[in-house]
Write a protein of this length. Sequence first.
Length: 61
Amino acid sequence: KCHSTEHSKKRKNKLETPKATELKIVKNEEQQKVHLEFPYDDLELLYEYTLKELGIKDPFK
């Protein structure tokens, strides 16, 4: 009975952990290989730089 309870807890934790999304993000970052040459605290500059590096002129089209 105790073993069954432990198994259920492990299974529940697996379902609640959003690992797939995180792995997908990391994979995309590795594929693009964008090198950051400025601090992260300037999000506008980071956004513009990322769009430029990816060749995206109008992200809202």
